[in-house]
Design a protein around this ligand. Structure first.
Ligand code: NAD
Length: 476
């Protein structure tokens, strides 16, 4: 761990932070110590170094794949490209995946990958070279495969990298009929599922919206019920933050500030997210957006007046040094681990509601699960039933029209007759998962009299994992 990180997280490594949260939750349960130790431990850590020729010179690349838990297979988790990647970080993110999957009933063990590079300073060709070499290293050690370990996008990666991974896998394992299911987050043309790209951001939106519908919670922080008019700040306009911002904006919430690496922008009346993105594409920066004020030090944006703060960039951004200055009433952890344990305690004392990462950003892995199922079944969602439902709806409508002796308009008919497309099924599956996950945690929080949502979410995860260990009866 770097010295700067250590000063922010106190005496703890990032992995210790998660263990601390885990231990807090374990106190509510009477589970054998050894079993708890087994659940917490990383089952397999693969640290690799491989050479890649960049600009005619050999460069040694440091990379990782960590499988945190094998209690369910395959393991699942994204791959991060960042110069800050280190073993502690990848282990922690893999552990979070295990708990996340358990909470949203996705039958995978947790995993995570990371390559220590800065993709922003590299050419596409070099990123491709590194991605393909990393994939072949994973294949060599049997660390990837539809039933073994299935990567997905994370910070610094997206559809493009996932399609290189799939292509490399298939070229080394030709004829493997389920090869498409070796990685998720692929483009639609290569077996991806509609709705995956925006899934994490949409899941964040569904989770926060559900909280805002709860009268009791809103009363506790002095806010009205519902999302309309709520003032929101989002840090990180990447895959997660951008989509979350769009969904909040469309729902009538007011995005008062957006923060990126180079600085932040603020307008108390609200920012039009799509216009900001156009400005970012044109100028390469969110700064100097015509309808907003620049904030030079991007970290300061976290401390502005708002109702909901959504960190959607990196870990440890809210720490003991700035937690006291946070004015939000609700913090939604779209990023993994954005709040250190010390900051968590400070924020809890301030009465701020924290919606934890292990629940809130589980939309990505949920839809990745749908993609994996689609790849294994070799058929697009809705293909078998869309026309059938449309025909049934038409017959039903005909009967209703006959009985009521009225005809409805063509426009209304279009809405009523429509059968579900892949995107409709994926989004409704995601919405249902996020809403039911929220209520499972909330009910458990009440029945165990737990102070905060994070601990309740960990209790739910631990219970689920213990349950599957017991059903497996795997201890010799
Ligand atoms: P991304 O690479 O698409 O976007 C991250 C964004 O954060 C980038 O725009 C980057 O410029 C910005 N950023 C970096 N440093 C910043 C700083 N100091 N201040 C403000 N902005 C900064 O990554 P992503 O996929 O959106 O992931 C973001 C977070 O969400 C990560 O913690 C990741 O682990 C988590 N997450 C991602 C997914 C997913 O499906 N992609 C799923 C679950 C969790």
């Amino acid at each position: 761990m770097s010295k700067k990180n250590q000063s922010i997280t106190g005496a703890y490594s990032f992995f210790n932070c998660i263990e601390k949260n885990f231990d807090k939750a374990a106190r509510f349960l009477s589970i054998e110590k050894g079993l708890l130790e087994q659940i917490k431990a990383c089952n397999a850590v693969y640290r690799m170094h491989f050479p890649v020729k960049i600009g005619g010179k050999i460069k040694v690349i440091e990379a990782y794949r960590v499988q945190h838990s094998h209690h369910k297979l395959p393991c699942k988790g994204g791959i991060r490209y960042s110069i800050k990647v280190n073993q502690d970080e990848v282990m922690t993110l893999a552990a979070l995946m295990t708990y996340k999957c358990a909470i949203v009933d996705v039958p995978f063990g947790g995993a995570k990958g990371g390559i220590k590079i800065d993709p922003q300073t590299m050419s596409t060709e070099n990123i491709e070279k590194i991605t393909r070499r990393y994939t072949s290293e994973l294949i060599k050690k049997n660390f990837i495969g539809p039933g073994i370990d299935v990567p997905a996008p994370d910070y610094g990666t997206g559809e493009r990298e996932m399609s290189w991974i799939f292509d490399t896998f298939l070229s080394i394992r030709p004829g493997e009929v389920d090869a498409l299911a070796c990685v998720t987050g692929k483009p639609i043309s290569q077996g991806g599922v509609r709705g995956r790209k925006e899934a994490t951001g949409l899941g964040v939106f569904y989770g926060i919206r559900e909280l805002c519908y709860m009268k009791e919670e809103m009363l506790s922080v002095g806010l009205d019920v519902g999302l309309v008019g709520k003032k929101i700040i989002i840090q990180g306009l990447g895959n997660v933050g951008y989509h979350a911002a769009n969904f909040f904006h469309e729902s009538g919430a007011i995005i008062v500030a957006l923060a990126e690496r180079e600085g932040a922008i603020y307008n108390k009346k609200g920012l039009d997210v799509s216009k900001v993105i156009l400005h970012l594409k044109d100028t390469g920066s969110i700064l100097n957006f015509p309808e907003a004020k620049n904030i030079e030090n991007t970290e300061n944006a976290l401390e502005l007046e708002c109702d909901i703060l959504i960190p959607a960039a990196l870990e440890n951004v809210i720490h003991k040094n700035n937690a006291n200055r946070i004015k939000a009433k609700i913090i939604g952890e779209a990023a993994n681990g954005p709040i250190t344990p010390d900051a968590d305690d400070i924020l809890e004392k301030k009465g701020i509601i924290i919606v934890p990462d292990i629940y809130l950003n589980a939309g990505g892995v949920t839809v990745s699960y749908f993609e994996w199922l689609k790849n294994l079944s070799h058929v697009r969602y809705g293909r078998m039933e869309k026309r059938f439902s449309e025909n049934m709806n038409a017959e039903l409508l005909q009967v209703i029209e006959n009985v009521c002796k009225t005809k409805i308009s063509t426009e209304e008919k279009k809405i009523i007759l429509r059968g579900a497309r892949e995107i409709d099924l994926v989004r409704s599956g995601l919405e249902d998962t996020m809403i039911s996950g929220f209520h499972k945690i909330r009910d458990l929080k009440k029945s165990y009299r737990i102070e905060n949502i994070r601990t309740a979410a960990f209790v739910l995860a631990i219970n689920k994992i213990v349950d599957s260990y017991e059903r497996l009866g795997i201890f010799p």
